[in-house]
Design a protein. Structure first.
Lengths: 117, 206
């Protein structure tokens, strides 16, 4: 319990310097995606997506700008209900494209969003 | 032929992978339902190359690997770079890169993946998915590895996402020094490689 409180407290003080999120529903499947740039002594960046229910899985792609180069991860870094990629670099921009995939069927429409600092 | 299956089970200390050697992934395949196969063939947004691979309602490792290599060739021919790593479950991890100001190359890279791989990658991700009880065992090893390196109270839940929250917490406290980050990466890469997890270890160009 104390650990849980500790994590919540820490997250409350770790608000991203840049973030964006989109929630979407497709074919009875609802999910949300985020992109974050967190900065301290190191840049810490992630893009992720969560299945709120009714989905088979999420199928995501992330693009990170690092030192003048764009690095594209995916599409498709897993088949679970919550997927994310963390990057330990000085990232100037991050964007994610997250597909919500219906169980046993094809993915729904893509929901792109981006953020930068 | 090793058909993909899903299911629970008791946590094990070793991955339940019948053929860990990359050369033996040739036996892996996924069969899709006739309905889904018909859906693919009728979808105008799916390329002819990928439709041909699924004409028999079956995707083999050879077909998947061929699609990955063709996508990589296309990406390089478009001016992008790509790194490929085959994991113990027979799934490729690929990271593409290109000059940030070259939006045309970025678009070409996306087109290469869309045309050669996107649908097949989705199907292959299903056949190579890590069973939940193996994820839990892998996360137990991750925790042990971090404890051995004196990280304070890593997650016990067995969930990958809790490790992502954990490092965010360390970062917010200013405890994620370059040295600690390197130690975390070492544990994460070791666990990712052994258990064939997809993109568990944070990405870095170092």
């Amino acid at each position: 319990m104390l650990l849980a409180v500790g994590i919540v407290a820490a997250l409350a003080t770790a608000l991203p310097v840049a973030a964006n999120s989109v929630q979407s529903t497709t074919g009875g499947c609802t999910g949300v995606g985020h992109s974050y740039i967190l900065t301290s002594s190191w840049s810490f960046t992630e893009t992720d997506a969560s299945d709120f229910g009714g989905c088979g899985y999420v199928f995501s792609q992330g693009t990170f700008i690092i030192g003048g180069n764009a690095y594209q991860i995916g599409p498709g870094w897993g088949t679970g209900p919550l997927q994310g990629v963390d990057v330990f670099e000085n990232v100037s921009s991050v964007s994610g494209v997250h597909n919500l995939c219906n169980a046993g069927g094809p993915c729904g429409s893509s929901n792109p969003w981006g953020t930068s600092d | 032929m090793l058909w993909a299956s899903c299911g629970g089970g008791t946590p094990s200390k070793e991955p339940d992978i019948a053929s860990p050697a990359p050369a033996q992934h040739g036996g892996l395949a996924i069969r899709i339902s006739p309905e889904r196969a018909a859906q693919v063939q009728a979808d105008d947004t799916i390329s002819a190359v990928q439709k041909r691979a699924l004409e028999d309602a079956e995707l083999t490792f050879a077909e998947y690997e061929s699609a990955v290599l063709e996508a990589a060739e296309c990406i390089r021919a478009s001016g992008g770079e790509v790194t490929l790593e085959l994991n113990v479950r027979g799934r490729y991890k690929y990271i593409t890169s290109y000059p940030a100001e070259r939006n045309d190359v970025g678009q070409a890279v996306s087109d290469c993946i869309r045309d050669h791989l996107s649908v097949l990658e989705q199907l292959w991700a299903e056949v190579t998915a890590v069973p939940e009880h193996e994820v839990e065992a892998a996360m137990e090893e991750m925790r042990s590895c971090l404890v051995q390196r004196d990280f304070f109270d890593p997650p016990t839940s067995g969930k990958q996402e809790d490790f992502r929250l954990y490092i965010r917490t360390l970062n917010s406290r200013g405890e994620f020094t370059e040295e600690r980050m390197g130690e975390y990466l070492e544990c994460a890469r070791q666990v990712e490689d052994k258990w064939g997890l997809s993109y568990f270890a944070p990405i870095t160009t170092r």
